[in-house]
Design a binder for this molecule. Structure first.
Ligand code: FAD
Ligand code: SIN
Length: 507
């Protein structure tokens, strides 16, 4: 057994920024980060557009950012939370800069602010088109400098340990030795990110399988708003299953047009903001265009843009397009919508506390009330920065009520069990991804959702039994978690009858 004061599950922006602050504040306390892949692997690392923050109040204002967030959330945001998150942005940005993160500036020394869908102003602070990589590099570097933080990579959290509605730690699989370690912690923070791979076609990296939400659900935490799945309108078109390269919304903010194969700038027919309508509207419009035409993709036209300025802001996108033979000066970029972000998740209060004592959730796995039915672009890095700070401030003043861990330890005696074949896991995972795309995608139907529910319940029982009777491995547990998340999405979609933001049901 390993004991630690703070157990953080996940090493993206949410987990790492909390770790830095709590480790600094309590140099004699132990902070442990477990993460299931390489330490830097996370949705955070791939963030392109940037962080939405009001940095210049001559053109912009907190009120404008608040209003844009509320409009995008389609009436379902928690207004108090929106105000808190928006107004705390500048402080959190200062911290990132103090830790060493660099953001692009204009010749005059002001932030070079990008624009994305749903924003009435340019307010997106960025590092070229690699903002996430810059943030992840900076905070991981800070973490490595703290003597009281241990980072355990390739450690997969299986389940939380709870008793009497208190979290006592977690069971974690060391993926290199196959040993299951019991972590006893005073406080546990879930920072496990998103769910993209449930859909197969996603902008998310392979780690995004909803583990933290599934764990919290099994432990009886409250899970809400799972029906609000955000599809990004412009992932680079590619028929293979897996992570898709994102063409940042900031490219449309820079002036790119969406066109059908025949050249029609169709977004003008759907919304007066055209390409810069919020993501739900653009994705739903593309979906409709593709259904009407039977085409496989639409196109992003950058041919009229200033190439030198484009290459300065979007060097990675430029190079990636070039690598597949798309010269953005003359060719249009083929794009399709792909799963991108989960607006719902583990319900937390304004201190990041879940319904389980001593358990906190932060970042994409949490549901704070900021996003409502649809997240405003570049508000998620901001949310993670603000809420990791909230959890830190709360825990600075909180003392622990101790509990006895012993009764639970015996549940995880390993014993010799057979290995489940990886063919079985791959087969069910592929079928699950297809089911989610077809039955719980951009536009849903009750009849499809009911069919999906039946299938998911069947898989849930089957995989639960297999998990009990076979050797534990992370692939099997990921599958189990993905089925759990699928069930939550489908069941909450069946219950919702009003179309809101990213949720659209036709019956
Ligand atoms: P993540 O950064 O995803 O980190 C989750 C961590 O948990 C990972 O380290 C993972 O390995 C670990 N983990 C998961 N399960 C387990 C387990 N069972 N055991 C142990 N470890 C586990 N947002 C913006 O605001 N602006 C943008 O410009 C932007 N661009 C984006 C571009 C792309 C391509 C993508 C995919 C997302 C983008 N987003 C953007 C969204 C944003 O990046 C994420 O919402 C945010 O980074 C999530 O941070 P996080 O710390 O909550 O999770
Ligand atoms: C993008 O750069 O288009 C992604 C921004 C986001 O998801 O907030």
């Amino acid at each position: 057994m390993i004991t630690t004061n703070y157990l953080i599950i996940g090493s993206g922006v949410a987990g790492l920024t909390f770790a830095i602050k709590i480790a600094d504040c309590f140099p004699n306390k132990k902070v442990t980060i477990v993460t299931k892949s390489n330490a830097d692997e996370s949705n955070t690392k791939y963030a392109q557009g940037g962080i939405a923050i009001v940095t210049d109040e001559t053109e912009d204002s907190y009120q404008k950012h608040i209003d844009d967030t509320l409009i995008c959330g389609d009436g379902l945001c928690d207004v108090e939370v929106v105000k808190i998150v928006v107004t705390e942005g500048p402080k959190r940005l200062k911290e990132l800069i103090a830790w060493g993160a660099k953001f692009d500036k204009t010749a005059k020394g002001n932030f070079d602010l990008g624009k994305e869908g749903g924003h009435s102003q340019n307010r997106v602070v960025h590092h070229k088109d690699q903002t996430g990589q810059e943030i992840e590099r900076t905070i991981l570097d800070q973490v490595h400098q703290k003597g009281n933080i241990t980072v355990l990579d390739h450690h997969f959290a299986l389940d939380l340990i709870t008793e009497d509605n208190q979290c006592l730690g977690a069971f974690v699989l060391n993926q290199k030795t196959n040993e299951i370690i019991t972590f006893q912690s005073d406080f546990t923070i879930l920072a496990t990110g998103g769910i993209g791979h449930l859909y197969g076609h996603t902008t998310n990296p392979i780690i995004a399988t909803g583990d933290g939400i599934a764990m919290a659900f099994r432990a009886n935490a409250t899970i809400k708003d799972m029906e609000f799945i955000q599809f990004h309108p412009t992932a680079l078109y590619d028929t293979s299953i897996g992570s898709k390269f994102l063409i940042s919304e900031a490219v449309r903010g820079f002036g790119a047009y969406l066109r059908t194969k025949n050249g029609n700038r169709f977004m003008l027919d759907y919304d007066k903001r055209a390409e810069l309508a919020s993501r739900d509207i653009v994705s739903q419009s593309i979906d409709l265009e593709l259904k009407k035409s039977g085409d496989e993709c639409v196109y992003l036209d950058c041919t009229h843009l200033d190439l030198e300025a484009f290459m300065k802001h979007f060097p990675m996108i430029y190079e990636r397009c070039k690598s597949i033979g798309v010269d953005i000066t003359k060719d249009w970029i083929p794009v399709v919508p792909a799963q991108h972000y989960l607006c719902g998740g583990i319900v937390v209060d304004k201190n990041g506390k879940t319904a389980i004592d001593n358990l906190f959730a932060c970042g994409e796995c949490s549901r704070t009330g900021l996003h409502g039915a649809n997240r405003l672009a570049s508000n998620s890095l901001l949310e993670a920065l603000v809420y990791s700070d909230k959890i830190y401030n709360y825990l600075v003043d909180t003392t622990l009520k101790k509990k006895d861990l012993n009764p639970i330890l015996s549940d995880w005696k390993l014993g010799k069990k057979p290995k489940i074949s990886s063919d079985y896991i791959v087969k069910i995972k592929t079928e699950l991804q297809l089911l989610m795309r077809q039955n719980a995608g951009i536009v849903r139907y009750d009849s499809d959702l009911l069919k999906a529910k039946e299938k998911l319940m069947q898989w849930q029982d089957e995989v639960k039994t297999i998990s009990k009777n076979n050797e534990i491995c992370s692939e099997l547990y990921e599958l189990y978690n993905m089925i759990t998340i699928g069930n939550l999405i489908v069941q909450q979609s069946i219950i919702r009858n009003e179309n809101k933001g990213s949720f659209k049901k036709n019956n």
